[in-house]
Design a protein around this ligand. Structure first.
Ligand code: IMP
Ligand code: MG
Length: 178
C-alpha cells in the first residue's frame, strides 16, 4: 500500500486518484442533467474544495457562474459548533440555484452554518455537493444532493484535505494509519 508521512502521522491510500476522477465525472454528469435550464451558481467552499472543484467544473457543461467562499476563522479560541462567518459573496444569488461545493461533510455543522447564512440572500434553491461524506458522524437532517464517496469515520487527507495545513497537494486520498 502507498503510504505517506505528513508531519507526525502516517497515512495509507484509501481512494486512489483514478477512482476519485471517475466519481467526480459521474457527479458532474448527474448535475448537468438535473440542473439543465436553471440559473446556476456554484459556490466552492475554500480551502478544502479547490481540487475537487477544479476537476468537477471541467466536466460541467451548464451555462453557470462559479465563485469561491471562505469561512472566516475566529481569532483566539474557537468553540466547535460556533457559527463562522461566510465571506466573499460578491455575486447576486437572489433567485438562483445555488450549489454548495464541499470537500467533506463530517458532523454537518459547517454545512448548516453555510446554509443559514446563504438563505439571507434569498436564492431560489440550495443544493449540496460533497466529494466525501461521513454518514456515521453526520448529525443533521439536511439532505445532501450529490455525494462522491461515503466513507467511515476516520481522519483522511489529500486531494484538497489537510492535516494542519499539509497534505492538500496529494492527488490520492489517504487514511490515517492507527
Ligand atoms: P463538519 O462541520 O463537522 O461537517 O466538518 C467539516 C470540515 O471539517 C471540513 O470542511 C474539513 O475542513 C474538516 N474535516 C472533517 N473531516 C476531515 C478529515 O477526515 N480530514 C480533514 N479534514 C476534515
Ligand atoms: Mg472544508
Amino acid at each position: 500500500m502507498k503510504e505517506v508521512q505528513v508531519l507526525d502521522k502516517k497515512f495509507g491510500v484509501s481512494i486512489p486518484e483514478k477512482e476519485i476522477q471517475q466519481a467526480v465525472k459521474t457527479m458532474a454528469h448527474k448535475m448537468n442533467t438535473d440542473m439543465a435550464g436553471k440559473d446556476v451558481i456554484f459556490l466552492g467552499i475554500l480551502n478544502g474544495c479547490f481540487m475537487f472543484a477544479g476537476d468537477l467544473f471541467k466536466h460541467i457543461n451548464l451555462p453557470c457562474q462559479i465563485t469561491f467562499l471562505k469561512l472566516a476563522s475566529y481569532q483566539g479560541t474557537t468553540s466547535s459548533g460556533k457559527v463562522k462567518r461566510l465571506i466573499g459573496i460578491n455575486e447576486n444569488i437572489e433567485g438562483k440555484t445555488v450549489v454548495i461545493v464541499e470537500d467533506i461533510i463530517d458532523t454537518g455543522n459547517t454545512l448548516e452554518s453555510i446554509i443559514k447564512q446563504l438563505k439571507g440572500y434569498e436564492p431560489s434553491e440550495i443544493k449540496i455537493a460533497t466529494l466525501l461524506y461521513k454518514p456515521e458522524a453526520y448529525e443533521k437532517k439536511i439532505p445532501i444532493d450529490y455525494v462522491g464517496f461515503e466513507i467511515p469515520n476516520d481522519f483522511i487527507l489529500g486531494y484538497g484535505l489537510d492535516y494542519d495545513g499539509f497534505g492538500r497537494n496529494l492527488s490520492d486520498i489517504y487514511t490515517l494509519i492507527k
